[in-house]
Design a binder for this molecule. Structure first.
Ligand code: ADP
Length: 302
């Protein structure tokens, strides 16, 4: 089984002609309520790619949390470790989108910010020596550190998608099986301003030297760079007409972990992820845009 540990949010999106000034009320347009949160997005993407997924997260005792949990179940995700926080609300994101498709986002992390190491200790039994654990940074860093250490001590392979970009203590990196930053995150972690292949290579090398076994820098419409400490392999993005790149990275990571868990090589897995995320950017939404396995036409051979 693949263990995904991370955030679950409900995105509340309102379209508006313009953003309100301080104190102003704008009568907005269409309202959409979408399941989101990087952890949940990646868990759903992995499940749709055919992975057997256990999702560990913390929701509040409210309608948003129970709705999310229901959706996870519908996706075939094991929800035994969807924990309910009695004191804090479920994570929500308030999003406004104006006529130019610019957005403003305010996130109230709620229960996500209360997923602590003590919560994970009950889950430890699910770390298996051969298993993969996929993490992001929308839960407390101390929890990320704890999980990385716990999985390592049991032989599990931890993939950290260091999103959203934030400062991380160096101990987090040592012993990670893989780090999958986008360009902005790779820049922040390495101190190199990543904007093209050369700078991505430099950043990947610096990140590798922090103790990460494999680095994949995702580079948006350009593609992805894989570095294993010996060689660099650049995988060119698929040529598609992108309409919404939300959750491109989440679909990439979800697909990647499924392919790795099936025993595919890192390059094959990255190619598979590259195809899955290219489909996702042709569709609107976060979780909604994640493709199903059958949609990936040219399956990477084993
Ligand atoms: P994030 O969404 O985390 O910022 P990226 O923007 O790097 O991550 O996108 C992740 C992956 O999604 C890329 O490495 C690429 O494989 C794919 N991707 C993103 N944007 C496009 C695009 N416009 N066309 C094709 N593939 C894309």
């Amino acid at each position: 089984k693949i263990v995904v540990i991370g955030s679950s949010n409900t995105d509340m999106v309102v379209r508006t002609s313009h953003f309100p000034e301080k104190g102003e009320t704008v009568l907005g347009g269409e309202f959409m309520m979408n399941p989101g949160g990087k952890g949940a997005n990646q868990a759903v993407a992995a499940a749709r790619m055919g992975g057997e997924v256990v999702f560990v997260c913390k929701i509040g005792k409210d309608v948003f949390g129970s709705q999310s949990a229901e959706l996870f179940e519908k996706e075939g995700i094991d929800v035994s470790y969807v924990l309910v926080d009695e004191e804090n609300h479920s994570g929500v994101a308030l999003i406004t989108v104006d006529a130019n498709a610019e957005n403003t986002i305010v996130v109230a992390s709620g229960a996500n910010a209360h997923l602590f190491p003590k919560d994970i200790s009950s889950v430890e039994s699910i770390f298996s020596p051969e298993g993969f654990v996929l993490l992001q940074l929308e839960i407390p860093v101390e929890t990320v550190r704890y999980i990385a250490a716990a999985a390592k001590s049991k032989g599990g392979k931890v993939i950290l998608n260091p999103a959203p970009a934030c400062e991380l203590p160096d101990e987090v990196f040592s012993g990670l099986y893989m780090l999958t930053p986008n360009e902005k995150e790779a820049s922040m972690i390495s101190g190199v301003n990543v904007q093209d292949l050369d700078s991505a290579k430099k950043a990947a090398e610096i990140i590798y030297k922090k103790g990460v076994e494999h680095v994949i820098v995702t580079m948006g419409a350009k593609g992805a760079l894989v570095f294993d400490g010996l060689e660099y392999v650049f995988i060119e993005a698929q040529k598609v007409v992108a309409v919404d790149t939300t959750a491109a990275g989440d679909v990439f990571n979800g697909a990647l972990v499924v392919a790795l868990n099936e025993g595919k090589s890192i390059i094959e897995a990255a190619e598979f992820a590259n195809k899955a995320s290219a489909i996702a950017v042709t569709r609107l939404g976060a979780q909604a845009s994640a493709p199903y396995r059958g949609e990936i036409m040219e399956e990477v051979s084993k």
